[in-house]
Design a protein around this ligand. Sequence first.
Ligand SMILES: C[S@@+](CC[C@H](N)C(=O)[O-])C[C@H]1O[C@@H](n2cnc3c(N)ncnc32)[C@H](O)[C@@H]1O
Length: 362
Amino acid sequence: MDTLHQIMLLCRPGFETECAAEIMDITSTTGFAAYINAKPDTGFVLLISAEGKDTTGLISEIEFDQLIFTRQWFASTEKIDHLPEKNRATPLADRARQIAEQLDIRFSDIELSYADTNEGKALNRFCKSFRPHLQNALRQQQLLSGESRYRLHLFFRDSSTAWLGASPLDNSARAPMGIPRLRMPQSAPSRSTLKLDEAINWFFSDDEQKSWFRAGMHAVDLGAAPGGWSWQLVERGLLVTAVDNGPMDSALMQTGMIEHLRTDAFTFKPARNIDWLVCDMAERPLHVSRLIARWFTLGYCKAAIFNLKLPMKKRYQSILECRQLLNRELDNAGIKHRLRVKHLYHDREEVTACLTRSIDHR
Ligand SMILES: C[S@@+](CC[C@H](N)C(=O)[O-])C[C@H]1O[C@@H](n2cnc3c(N)ncnc32)[C@H](O)[C@@H]1O
């Protein structure tokens, strides 16, 4: 059996079934025979090679950004347990060396992780204090190199049990454990603001943001009150039409960048075609998808970020249906586009989608 014969996938606890169904769907299209080991509410899923084969090819072949429910992943060893309390670094660095030799690689970085559960989060301090010991052991074995395409991962179940492995830097989450560190802005009217901030940073690189979000652009925010999403757009210099029967934050209104219309989002038509549509309403996901598709096919907007609330059951299936509907409607209208969907860290029972027309926006 190869050393890295499985893939560790981290997800929001409670979404293991969706994470597993999605990775199995995608893996089956590659012809790689695999099965799943997952338990509810653990915050992780293992995809295991049915033939004990190395998964580093697979983890490069599958595009990480297309995964909705996976926050982070790495090609992984078997679980390593009974790590000695007095010196965990030596056996782990030895295993890292085996991987490095087998794949003929070194590691540019280390990511120490744990499940996003109460049990997992209790390991944060341990990971922080263990990190320098591991760093030192890896340095002594000359396993670190800034040139490397790979990051070394350790996922701790408890302080004596871990999975170890590697992921390509260019095909995995940039933020450790796929959890971005975002600051809650003091003047933002609601915590929802973090969802749009995370979405913009997830779907667009810093460079892309410069062309996709420019001062003077026009946006419509459907279901805008009290204004957390509008706040993010105003911060980036966009002029916003906020559609909601509820009240908008008065400080935000005083920026002069917002027009507030108390009307129904589903019947509202913009007075002119705009750049951005954003939408954060607790509505049926297919209903929202139809609304977004209509805005695109009527040419009202060039790009949209919107939430799809997940039903209690068949959450993955529901997203597939929305994706199908949007792709079909835009294809039928001859609109070249890109649709991406992600279960972001700040999303709970919902996912965030980003739909953009394929045009040069610069
Ligand atoms: C989750 S809140 C939006 C929070 C907002 N994105 C923020 O960051 O502050 C959902 C909003 O959608 C509005 N809403 C729901 N259905 C609507 C409809 N049909 N037309 C307009 N607004 C609607 C509600 O009034 C509510 O204010």
